[in-house]
Design a binder for this molecule. Structure first.
Ligand SMILES: C[S@@+](CC[C@H](N)C(=O)[O-])C[C@H]1O[C@@H](n2cnc3c(N)ncnc32)[C@H](O)[C@@H]1O
Length: 223
């Protein structure tokens, strides 16, 4: 049978298992964090393991040292990236949920990367504004946006100030379980994501690609 290589394949659960079984294995500390987070009410907020592996590879490929994360929760994405940074690398991890950050801190210690994580509890807008005010403009190599969806546009704008030219901004949930194309869904988060995706498409400060990874991941390079 001729393969269909001219469009993206929709993954069945079995095919996704195959994909996971044939990618870089999930580090044990991240598997343990996934198991612990699964018991929490917000467990479905955690990124998928294949996305963590991809983000770690992006960090390594780009030689990232300074990373910024908006929306850390229990730490999966932050630790996945931190594991691929050099010893003096840092992930500045922002979240308003201090209980979730305590879980992240504990697993970062277990992973041996606590020295590569700087936690910023509180509203991420205030944290990003503080970093901008402290002279961190254009000092970050990579940023991940994964917090409140109605806040994405504000994080994006501040992120473009903080990321160096040639640096990456990754944005999660841009397909939002497919709701972005379902006109019957009109809640605030879905509308914000639609507007955000339009905004990125029109933003000539970046080259951006939307990937069908997990819930949709935009990868944007600042020009
Ligand atoms: C989807 S989760 C992040 C998942 C995380 N990246 C991971 O890999 O597990 C979104 C997080 O954004 C946080 N958040 C929501 N609004 C925020 C805000 N204004 N400032 C900082 N964090 C916020 C929430 O507390 C939540 O932990």
């Amino acid at each position: 049978m001729a393969p269909m290589s001219n469009r993206t394949l929709a993954l069945t659960p079995d095919l996704r298992d195959y994909l996971l079984a044939h990618s870089a294995p999930e580090p044990q500390v991240l598997a343990d964090l996934r198991a612990e987070t699964a018991l929490l009410p917000g467990a479905n907020m955690q990124i998928a393991p294949e996305q963590g592996a991809f983000m770690a590879l992006m960090a390594r490929l780009t030689g990232a040292r300074r990373c910024l994360e908006v929306g850390t929760y229990t730490g999966y994405s932050a630790i996945a990236v931190a594991l691929s940074l050099p010893r003096d690398g840092r992930v500045h991890a922002c979240d308003i949920d201090e209980e979730a950050l305590a879980v992240a801190r504990r697993h970062a210690e277990r992973a041996g990367v606590h020295g590569r994580l700087a936690f910023h509890p509180g509203d991420a807008v205030a944290t990003l504004d503080r970093l901008l005010g402290e002279g961190a403009r254009e000092t970050f190599d990579m940023m991940f946006i994964d917090a409140d969806k109605t806040g994405y546009a504000g994080y994006w704008e501040r992120g473009l100030g903080l990321i160096r030219p040639g640096g990456l901004i990754l944005v999660d949930n841009v397909l939002w379980s497919g709701h972005v194309i379902d006109a019957s869904v009109q809640d605030a988060d879905t509308r914000a994501l639609r507007a955000f995706n339009e905004m990125v498409r029109e933003d000539d400060r970046v080259e951006a690609v939307m990937l069908p990874l997990a819930d949709g991941l935009t990868v944007a390079r600042k020009k």
